[in-house]
Design a protein around this ligand. Structure first.
Ligand SMILES: Nc1ncnc2c1ncn2[C@@H]1O[C@H](COP(=O)(O)OP(=O)(O)OP(=O)(O)O)[C@@H](O)[C@H]1O
Ligand SMILES: [Mg+2]
Length: 505
């Protein structure tokens, strides 16, 4: 048994500089045995960088790290793993075309006796056992590419558990999970808390801190602000320390006059995904589309956007029927889709912030045949300012931005199009509370201009806070519609779990 007089982990005056950015300025972090230590801060505050240093993925410029009282040098991910550190990255690290089992045991595959041959039977069996721990019921032979984002997240967690780590870092695990999966994750975390290990938990959903956290460390702009027992600080205290000012309104909802119908869908059906989905969205309103992960929300959005074919159903834009067979045709009809999987579909990581911003509407920054670079610069500077995108300049490549700031660039890209209908799939995932409010204000500007917004979201407070009407899906069907006035968390959950049905054919 380790001596519990020591701290499990101590990081001291950690400093890290990137070109043009002081990402960490003498930051410290302590982790006790059996503790869930939350790490919070705005997008770009330095949370992921601090954890990447611990995981050996990024070298530090200065600082010291102690594990169980002993000073350690961490120079590679392999070494970090040997020291019992396991990190679940914000950007997933799984290899898409390998199976779930192969991903879990990558580099540690069980061998047949002393031979170099992989013992597949045992690997599949062991993989099944760890998947059981996280409550994921899928065939371990499935290639990871076929899994949903939430399922991939659970595989990452299963992998960390199988390494038998002492220090587990979770970088925004909840950003991709909905209530049911989150409950499983919290159950797992509570079980782990009883053992001789520690968990560092990064999240932008502050309510979670009170559910599972013991202490919280707040960072701002690469600086250490403080560490507190969760029970000693309120949500408002934490927000104030994170953003450095009082946040006036989290959900700045403005009710606009409902304009003409922009989008109507009738009996949309895609076999195996959703059935008979009918609804409309008018100019000036935000319609929420919610439900549990796997209910078919993203699939409906993809089909309207022409990314997946429909088996049946009609789509009307501004009252006339349209045929949408590809995203190009959807964009032509004024429909934009901000996807939940920004890494694969939203951003070109090797391009700059400036280039990404105008990508979906190059016409607006092109004069004759030439790209009007000064105009492009003006536009992207405006968005960087409005959305508070933390970047040393608009010429930074998207790859180097923090996760939340990448999301803001994707958002800027769609805000810059002439879309009349915008579909946002989990638009505020991984975005800090201050920036969320800014994004909602921009949505208000769009609504005022007559845009219609369909917002897919699993975060009920934001659905309740920002939507004019709320559609709830359950197992591929619409289970009901709620008006802003009548909607509550309980009513949404009852519909989402199939407990009741309302107002639908
Ligand atoms: N490889 C890199 N090259 C240049 N700058 C980087 C690199 N990685 C991170 N940064 C910068 O360091 C700062 C801290 O980023 P980090 O990813 O640690 O933020 P974060 O707190 O995790 O934010 P988020 O909540 O958005 O995930 C940001 O300004 C980011 O742009
Ligand atoms: Mg991060």
């Amino acid at each position: 048994m380790p001596s519990h007089d020591n701290l499990l982990l101590e990081m001291k005056h950690i400093t890290k500089r990137f070109p043009g950015v002081l990402a960490l300025d003498k930051v410290k972090l302590e982790l006790r045995y059996g503790e869930v230590h939350c790490l919070v801060g705005e997008n770009g505050a330095g949370k992921s960088t601090l954890m990447k240093i611990l995981a050996g993925a990024v070298p530090m410029d200065d600082g010291e790290i102690y594990i169980e009282g002993k000073k350690v040098e961490i120079t590679s991910p392999f070494q970090a793993q040997q020291l019992g550190i396991s990190m679940i990255y914000q950007e997933f690290n799984l290899i898409p075309y390998l199976s779930v089992a192969e991903n879990i045991f990558l580099g540690r595959e069980p061998k047949k006796g002393k031979t170099p041959f992989i013992d597949w039977k045992r690997m599949y069996k062991d993989a099944e056992d760890v998947l059981n721990l996280v409550g994921l019921k899928i065939d371990v032979r499935t290639p990871v590419v076929e899994l949903s984002v939430a399922q991939q997240q659970m595989v990452e967690i299963a992998k960390a558990l199988s390494i038998k780590a002492k220090i587990i870092v979770m970088d925004e695990p909840s950003a991709t999970l909905t209530d049911h999966e989150l409950k499983t994750l919290f159950d797992i975390i509570r079980t782990l808390r009883r053992q001789d290990l520690g968990i560092i938990y990064i999240s932008h959903r502050l309510e979670e801190l009170y559910e599972i956290g013991n202490r919280v460390t707040v960072m701002r702009d690469g600086q250490y602000i403080g560490t507190f027992e969760i029970c000693d600080v309120t949500r408002e205290d934490i927000i104030r320390m994170m953003v450095g000012r009082e946040l006036t309104e989290e959900y700045p909802k403005v009710i606009f006059k409902r304009g003409p119908e922009r989008l109507r869908v009738e009996n949309l059906t895609r076999k195996g995904a959703f059935e008979n989905i009918s609804f409309s969205v008018h100019a000036g309103e935000i319609v929420g589309l919610t439900g549990l992960v796997g209910a078919g929300r993203t699939e409906v959005a993809r089909a309207i956007f022409g990314a997946d074919p429909l088996d049946k159903g009609k789509i009307y834009v501004d009252g006339s029927e349209v045929k949408i067979r590809s995203p190009q045709e959807a964009i032509y009809h004024g429909i934009g889709l901000l996807t939940e999987d920004r890494k694969n579909q939203g951003l070109v990581l090797s391009m700059t912030v400036r280039e990404n911003t105008t990508l979906a509407n190059l016409k607006r920054v092109t004069k004759w045949l030439f790209l009007n670079i000064p105009e492009e610069k003006r536009v992207s500077k405006k968005f960087v300012e409005e959305l508070q995108i933390r970047t040393p300049s608009i010429e930074q490549i998207a790859q180097n931005l923090s996760g939340g700031n990448q999301q803001k660039v994707v958002l800027a890209k769609w805000l810059f199009t002439n879309s009349k209908i915008l579909i946002f799939d989990e638009p505020t995932r991984g975005i800090d509370v201050g920036a969320k409010a800014e994004i909602f204000k921009l949505m208000n500007q769009l609504l005022e201009r007559g845009v219609a917004i369909l917002m897919i979201s699993s975060e009920l407070p934001e659905v309740l806070g920002m939507c004019d009407r709320i559609l709830v899906m359950h197992e591929g069907r619409l289970a009901g519609e709620l008006s802003r006035e009548e909607a509550t968390q309980e009513k949404i959950m009852q519909l989402a779990t199939g407990y009741i049905k309302k107002n639908v054919a």
